[in-house]
Design a protein around this ligand. Sequence first.
Ligand code: HEC
Ligand code: HEC
Length: 445
Amino acid sequence: MAWLSVTGLAVTGGILGCGVVEIPDGVVYPLRSNPLINLEKAPATAPPAFPPPGKPEVSLRWLADQGVAILNPADLDSHEWGKAWRDEVNTFLIGQFGTPAKPRVGNEGSAAAAIGKLSTSLNLAPAVLERGSKQYRRLCLHCHGLGGEGAGATSGWLNPLPRDFRQGEFKFISTAEHKLETGNQPLKARPRRVDILRTLHQGLDGTSMPSFALLAEEDIQALASYTLHLSIRGEVEYWALYYALRQDTETIKAIEKDPKKEAQARTARFLAGALEWEDPEADVEDFVAKTKDKLLTAGMEKLLDRLLREYAAADKNPIQPMADPYGDAPTTSQSLANGLKIFQVQCVNCHAGYGRQSALRFDNWGGVVRPANLTTPVYKGGRRPVDLYYRIFRGIPPCGMPKANLQDGDPARQAWDLVRFLLAIPYPETLPPEIRQQIHGGAKQ
Ligand code: HEC
Ligand code: HEC
């Protein structure tokens, strides 16, 4: 745990105004040790409360009580092959992502040509990451933690918790959904670079995530790149550990057939996941035969390549908002009535009482989140009409908020009716009397 005290000192230096936060070369990102969860479908029962301050792990216990699998990396110790698996993951991560003092994405080795090219187009060059890493230790580490685990020294007191970047999931994105040309699997919701930049410039209103707008633009850019570095590193680690630990029926069957070959069976499942995203017909056995050894490493390389391509694709694939049919005209009562109607069908389930009485939900990190109270004009992802348009169009996937269903009739009108309605909810005086009555009772302010 030597790195803990070292970073502690370094951060103090930064806070006291030394400006630059150096970190010794020997400090490495710790391999993930906290539990992994993967919420494929929403748990049946809502969480009873927010976890108490300093005890975020309580919500994992609530999930475990509902039968959700909580995978603990420490369980690797109980397997003969566990240490070798962990070592292979660690060696790969250090090789491809470096250390906090010398961060990078990709290396000069084998499949790196394509990876190197992608990481340049994503602005992940080592010099940029090194600058980002220094700023991160000064400004972000106390909340988001050294490896982006969201558990920095300040985090225990915050609600919502600082983000754990290591699942590669982001809430406030403006990327259009799209499918791969080669396969049939839609790309995961990755943020565009401008989404991360927006978060850094504006902060997330209503949370402790501050605005960093006063930094030099070059530092903000470097911080965005470093956030990607931590997210991509963390996600490779996440899936490599997930497949070592998960207990799905197919893996259990393969292990029962030949218990001595558990590591091989698990590696094959991991490879299938890494290969089939692009080509649903991918021949895993053929890949295994050609690769011979270091299969897990080959799988992680594929996964890294995939993640870089997904982030690059997100940048090229923004949501293009449909033209607002009302243009600059003031919002009409009819538009608000239309918005209210859609809201009552698609949104009140979660945003009960327009969000005043929302029931809590589990999010994809195993934490607890409350569907926003829409009667106060505070939006984490920004308050411009287009920000609300993005939320409606993309949903907030890691929180289970679906995109709105705007299939019937005139989608552009429906989308902008909903945006106009959302923008008006907090201001009773702007609402026609019958809608005001419905949302605010008699109150005019
Ligand atoms: C005081 C604590 C705090 C500090 C300091 C902080 N953050 Fe955050 N950050 C948060 C919280 C809390 C959230 C999550 C809010 C939520 O999920 O509702 C967050 C979320 C984020 C997100 C995710 C946005 C999304 O779309 O999901 C990014 C990116 C981010 N922070 C980057 C940074 C960077 C980079 C720094 C340093 C320059 C930083 N943060 C400093 C608390 C902090
Ligand atoms: C399955 C539950 C669910 C449904 C259905 C749902 N939401 Fe949400 N919504 C959430 C959750 C959870 C959050 C809070 C996310 C957070 O704070 O991290 C949220 C947040 C929001 C926000 C705040 C965004 C921000 O930037 O802070 C808006 C606006 C919103 N929802 C609008 C809608 C609209 C409009 C609909 C219907 C078309 C809808 N929601 C349907 C769960 C839901």
